[in-house]
Ligand binder design. Structure first.
Ligand SMILES: C[S@@+](CC[C@H](N)C(=O)[O-])C[C@H]1O[C@@H](n2cnc3c(N)ncnc32)[C@H](O)[C@@H]1O
Length: 402
């Protein structure tokens, strides 16, 4: 039977901690599957004035919501303006709201759940490292999938936390799948308290740039308050990469002032370089974007969540690469790798065919420069706040081969 009612709604996904294919607005049909419609029963029509009032009210709130959704990140980026909209007593609250909203979206969940390397990694890691009788916190349970894996391993109790409305769906799914050892708690993890310390903290809090979803702050907060001495964090070992790359010629997009299109020269725009740091970065999931690394990839930062303190993360990293493959430098690729064993890891490496495909990798753009095998490149990455890549700056020096 055709649906009794559908409407076309624009879906807009704002800046995310991980790359979304749905950055552009698009339309989708929203089906009304209320029992009355499914059974074909006719609802009693509301008198006209009420309907009109309903429609005007709905239109008003929908407009307010769209304006808010469209401007929330823009406001976040302007602290002086944000002070008019956000209570100073709640630092980070705008990001939390954004994060909670983003993960309430089924498409975000679909992309993560359909990412086979991701799901295989977590399934294997939980099978190996969660034991019968364990008490577990699943930090950011989403649809509850990792909590369910842990429960199926025989965990005695899993506290599944989430600050997003998606937790209601997680509860429905657990009941439907007869998962009983899980207690769902609708909360931000920093407000979760009142239990005995647990054996395991399970989490998936990695953003495209590893740190964007406040992984280090969220996990270490729970670790310090609610993990038993000697307890496990899954996953805990991380490598962060920043590698000079060449982008495939047909996919390469230089800065506008570098362009000359059939003799039409854009170099005059050199004097009008944009000031927004977001212009100098791009994020992609596309495995056909990066042609090669110019040097040998090596992590520029490694950490173990069992021991790291957020305050100990460096604010400047200086490192060098010897150029192994002559070619053009287009930027530095930011990606991560996490492992729980020598044979069990997960990576967002832009040219690894086994990469977890739903994560984006980030390109910190540079002006194009040619490098020859044997040249040395010395790169400096400075970081204001790790979770906010708009506070990152990068520069490099070229040291020609002797
Ligand atoms: C990347 S999703 C992972 C979902 C699920 N664990 C999975 O693997 O499919 C991260 C989830 O963590 C939630 N989240 C992020 N930070 C949180 C926090 N500090 N406290 C509670 N939930 C959080 C988000 O709402 C989101 O549902």
């Amino acid at each position: 039977m055709p649906p009794a009612d559908y409407r076309i709604e624009p879906l807009t996904v704002a800046r995310s901690g991980r790359h979304s294919n749905s950055h552009q607005s698009y339309s989708c049909a929203v089906w009304d599957t209320s029992p009355a419609c499914e059974s074909g029963a006719m609802a009693t029509p509301a008198p006209m004035p009420i309907k009109l009032l309903q429609s005007l009210t709905a239109g008003f709130f929908s407009t307010i919501r769209r304006i808010y959704d469209a401007s929330a990140d823009w406001i976040d980026d302007r602290p002086r303006l944000a002070a008019w909209f956000q209570h100073p007593a709640a630092p980070g609250s705008a990001y939390r709201t954004h994060n909670g909203r983003m993960f309430a979206d089924y498409h975000e969940q679909e992309r993560m759940l359909a990412d086979q390397p991701r799901m295989n990694f977590y399934h294997a890691a939980i099978s190996r490292y969660i034991h019968p009788g364990d008490r577990v916190i699943d930090l950011g349970t989403g649809t509850g999938i990792l909590a369910a894996f842990a429960a199926r391993q025989g965990a005695d109790k899993v506290y599944a936390l989430d600050h997003s409305a998606i937790i209601k769906d997680a509860q429905i799914l657990a009941t439907d799948n007869q998962v009983e050892a899980v207690e769902f708690v609708a909360t931000h993890s920093t407000a979760f308290t009142g239990i005995e310390p647990v054996d395991v903290i399970l989490h998936e809090q990695m953003g495209d740039g590893l740190f964007d979803e406040d992984m280090v702050a969220n996990v270490t907060d729970l670790r310090d308050r609610l993990l038993k001495p000697g307890g496990r964090i899954i996953p805990s070992n991380f490598e962060f990469y920043c590698e000079p790359v060449k982008i495939h010629d047909h996919r390469c997009v230089p800065f506008i002032w570098e362009l000359n299109v059939h003799g039409y020269d854009y170099s005059a725009l050199d004097r009008h370089r944009p000031q927004e740091s977001s212009y100098y970065q791009m994020t992609s999931c596309d495995q056909n974007l990066v042609e090669c690394f110019l040097g040998q990839p090596t992590p520029v930062l490694t950490m173990d969540l069992h021991t790291i303190e957020e305050s100990a993360l460096p604010h400047e990293i200086v490192f060098s690469r010897t150029i192994l493959r002559s070619g053009r430098l287009d930027g530095f690729a930011i990606y991560f790798r996490t492992s729980v064993d020598v044979d069990l890891s997960l990576s967002s490496n832009p040219i690894d065919p086994q990469r977890a495909p739903h994560w984006g990798f980030r390109i910190l753009r540079t002006e194009q420069a040619e490098f020859t095998q044997g040249d040395e490149i010395r790169i400096t990455l400075t970081v204001g706040q790790w979770p906010d890549s708009d506070t990152w700056r990068w520069r490099y020096e070229k040291l020609p081969a002797a």
